[in-house]
Design a protein. Structure first.
Length: 535
């Protein structure tokens, strides 16, 4: 019976953190988990389905200790959500182990708060150890069934050893109170007021000829070469070459070459060459090379890096190269943009890469993504996108093949065609294009396409290629799975730089000359394209 009760308690562990009051007396050797005595730090990262303050209050009630909301990668409890809204709970225990659970949010926010609070409280206390200990209690032997001959007595079962509860390391001692010095002057670090304080003081104003050293700044600290603060900075820190902080910066940090903190920047961080904030940036980071744990604001520089693997950017990165190690919500603008997670927003550059889906726009010469709502470029590759093959003929007699690739509303076209009916000067046509698709039903889709290609014929080496451009509206009707017929109507443009050796293009109808000179010619005419589409 005791083992059955323990199994029932294990099944109900996530719903009731309280222990039953009717335990037998011999269960005193079971583990006695205790709620943490020190305050618990909580970081709720961009979870729309969860009220962070309500969760904090619920946790305080469940744990019986103070719970503090922070924005810190080292928080004891971290709550995040993925692209589908699923919640992930990570709890760091005192021994360094990280426990993780996942759950779906409830339609009612209050129930979501209650569920998450109970899960986190159980992870913090590790209440499963109580029930597992109950399972270790020796079961009393049952009375033997009557038999003709009594069975030999069995030796008593040895009680399995009870695991000792993990010894929690004592909390680190509270940092010493800094001696308050309203104003201080140093010639260099450890030479001046810092000779006596050794970086253990709290200053409202600090001035260093070559450098200065303080434990904490609440005001302003200015140094000609090196400004060093061992703790946090609340206000201004300015160093001619470097400004360095050992904790959080709330305000303005300026370094002629290097501006760096070991924690987070809330405000502006400006470095002539390098700006570093591994804890993240809430505000603006500006330097030639910007490195941050996460960005909630902007990074402006030649190279911008956000290293948070969950939510890297909430804002904008502008530079020659922009790198986000996790999800990006906002914009990346540069020559090369890389996001190793999904993108909610835009990527604009020569090369745009997203390892996840792009819920927005990729605009560049080369675009690569798992899938994108819209990708506009010379080359667009989507690993989860659709590939279709068209065979077609147009009113100029060109027979061709077109590969259509993409997802969402955008499509990329790669085509080649030839005209076997031109006996005098048969030529080929090859090029690329982009399209935008509307799908009113599963059987019909409507594409708006534009493309450009080069005319390849025997005179190409003497005068260069002629250019053919098309703007076309295509209607496709699916006949059965994998096969559709389509028709397109549009307008074709033909440009030649040498009108004295004009390429033969069949017999266009409705032709009109749009512009001409002594050597060049631009003309246009309506064009129709018919064909089949294979899925």
């Amino acid at each position: 019976m005791m083992r059955a009760a323990a199994l029932i308690a294990l099944a109900l562990l996530g719903a009731s953190p309280a222990r039953a009051q009717t335990e037998p007396a011999d269960s005193q050797d079971t583990l006695q988990p205790e709620a943490p005595a020190e305050p618990v730090t909580l970081d709720v990262r961009a979870v729309e389905a969860l009220d962070a303050e309500a969760l904090r209050e619920a946790l305080e009630a469940d744990l019986g200790v103070e719970v503090r909301l922070v924005h810190d990668g080292d928080a004891r409890v971290i709550v995040t959500s993925d692209a589908d809204g699923r919640l992930t709970l990570r709890v760091r225990r005192a021994d360094g182990d990280v426990l993780e659970r996942a759950t779906d949010p409830d339609a009612q926010p209050a129930r979501t708060v209650t569920t998450v609070s109970l899960l986190v409280a159980n992870l913090v206390r590790d209440e499963s150890s109580e029930v597992l200990a109950l399972l270790r209690i020796e079961r009393r032997p049952e009375a033997p069934e009557p038999a003709e001959e009594p069975p030999p007595e069995e030796p008593p079962a040895e009680e399995p050893p009870v695991e000792e509860p993990p010894v929690e390391e004592p909390p680190p001692p509270a940092p010493p109170e800094h001696e308050h010095i309203p104003a201080a002057i140093d010639f260099a670090p450890f030479l001046g007021f810092s000779t006596a304080s050794q970086g253990g003081d709290r200053r409202n104003f600090a001035l260093g000829v070559l450098g200065t050293l303080a434990g904490r700044i609440e005001g302003a600290s200015i140094a000609g070469v090196v400004d060093l603060t061992l703790g946090d900075v609340r206000g201004l820190q300015l160093g001619g070459i470097s400004a360095l902080a050992g904790d959080r910066v709330a305000g303005l940090q300026l370094g002629g070459v290097v501006a760096a903190t070991t924690d987070r920047v809330e405000g502006l961080q400006l470095g002539g060459v390098v700006a570093v904030a591994p804890g993240g940036v809430d505000g603006l980071q500006l330097s030639m090379v910007d490195v941050a744990g996460s960005v909630r604001g902007a990074q402006l520089g030649m190279v911008n890096v956000s290293a948070d693997e969950v939510l890297a950017v909430q804002g904008i990165q502008i530079g020659l190269a922009n790198i986000a190690a996790g999800e990006t919500r906002g914009a990346q603008i540069g020559l090369a943009n890389v996001a190793t997670g999904p993108v909610d927003g835009v990527q604009v550059g020569l090369v745009n890469v997203a390892s996840g889906p792009v819920r927005g726009l990729q605009l560049g010469l080369v675009n690569f993504a798992e899938r994108a709502d819209a990708a506009v470029g010379l080359v667009n590759v989507q690993t989860a996108g659709q590939v279709q093959l068209r065979g077609h003929v147009d009113t100029n007699g060109y027979l061709g093949l077109t590969m259509v690739h993409g997802a969402g509303v955008s499509r990329w076209l790669l085509f080649a065609a030839g005209n076997p009916f031109l006996a005098a000067r048969p030529g080929g046509l090859a090029g690329v294009g982009i399209g935008f698709r509307i799908e009113p039903s599963e059987l019909i889709h409507l594409d708006i396409e534009t493309s450009a290609g080069a005319v390849l014929d025997r005179a190409l080496s003497q005068r260069g290629p002629d250019v053919i451009g098309d703007l076309r509206l295509v209607l496709a009707i699916r006949i059965f799975d994998g096969f559709a017929i389509f028709g397109g109507i549009g307008y074709r443009l033909h440009f030649t730089a040498d009108r004295t050796d004009d390429v033969e293009l069949g017999a266009p109808f409705g032709e009109s000359v749009l512009t001409e000179s002594a050597t060049s010619l631009l003309r246009g005419w309506p064009a129709i394209q018919l064909g089949v589409e294979l899925f």
